[in-house]
Design a protein around this ligand. Sequence first.
Ligand SMILES: NC(=O)c1ccc[n+]([C@@H]2O[C@H](COP(=O)([O-])OP(=O)(O)OC[C@H]3O[C@@H](n4cnc5c(N)ncnc54)[C@H](OP(=O)(O)O)[C@@H]3O)[C@@H](O)[C@H]2O)c1
Length: 380
Amino acid sequence: MSSTSRRGFIKDTAAAGVGLLVANRVAAAADVRPATRTSKPLDILILGGTGYVGPYQVRAAIERGHRVTVFNRGRAQADLPNGVTHLRGDRSIEKLDLESLRGKRWDAAIDNAQTDPRWVTQTAQLLKDSVGYYLYVSTTGVYAPYSDPGFITEARMPRLTDNDQGETKTYGVIKALSEIENTKVFGARAINVRPNFIVGPEDPKARFPYWPMRYAAGGEILVPGTPDDHVQFADVRDLTAFMMHLIEQGTTGTFNIAGEDDITMQRFQDALAVAVPSKHALTWIPDVAFLRANRVGTLIPWVAPSRTPDGVRYGQNYINSDKAVAAGLRYRPMTDTMRDTLVWWNRLPDAQRRAYEFGLDAARERAALAAWRGRSGAGR
Ligand SMILES: NC(=O)c1ccc[n+]([C@@H]2O[C@H](COP(=O)([O-])OP(=O)(O)OC[C@H]3O[C@@H](n4cnc5c(N)ncnc54)[C@H](OP(=O)(O)O)[C@@H]3O)[C@@H](O)[C@H]2O)c1
């Protein structure tokens, strides 16, 4: 779908409302690919594996009948299935120790590095003759600052420096350079996946869990932006199932995994109301300057879009993942992600919940809503 026709499609679907939302979700549900044991079990090395995404990679691989080795320093604690092989070492430039990776073979490696492109250079070089495919977990942050209008496809060239001085310290640039290291060493055997916001149960970031939690609390809910602003996100389970699919199929190349590109903020709110029923009322605040002045910033997955002079939106949530979908990526219904995230959240010990600092707390929300009501003409 071209970006022009996609925009038309979004406008039409937004107008069609909740009925279409439900119909689309039912169709999507029928399309979700269950974890299946593959006919040929593979040996998969996961560099990392004990943070957030890593354990889901491990579980996705084991569920599909593969054998898994994780490599890390042994500091992070994760509940990994039995049968996983643990290798210890250190990828840091200062304490580099990759000895435990030598003399072994794997069908594929998954690299979760995000600190320094040299981490990728070192492991890719070491593993190039003992690993079939090298899958690097990159990010759509490679497109930052998302400054060109239109839906972003893989054809858009990432920035490779932060500034004219040639610095390379920002997240997106580190990830783009890491991708290049992978492709330099593994060539046609390199896979680079670029997720946008990764969400779902066990999310360590105080972002997406805000929304199901906020709906559960009910009352007057502040919703930033306008109903037809886009939001994009991918469930960690869909993302990691897709990684396994790429490895199993030997599908290489670079893939955006941003989430569906026709989810508006209105559809997101409609889905929340279905997933987390509560007595609530929405107050939309479209004025971004007002939001900022009242200390309401980005409420992921909502990010204030940029606009062209004629009002067409673009930015971080306008990324196209058609290539990944054509290669087998399937998204579960977003209501499942919302419900499962809330179930996980409700089971967290209080102390752990209190450690999350969300983009908005109850007091600031009340104050912003009161200020919005106090503006002349607002809400009338
Ligand atoms: N969250 C999002 O929304 C999002 C979006 C786009 C992309 N991503 C990308 O997703 C990837 C997955 O991140 P994750 O943190 O969830 O991965 P993870 O693999 O689950 O966790 C990070 C791993 O790195 C290991 N590690 C850290 N320092 C190390 C060192 N010096 N030597 C060896 N191992 C080391 C940690 O174990 P030890 O500490 O025990 O060594 C841990 O196992 C990242 O590349 C991130 O950029 C995330």
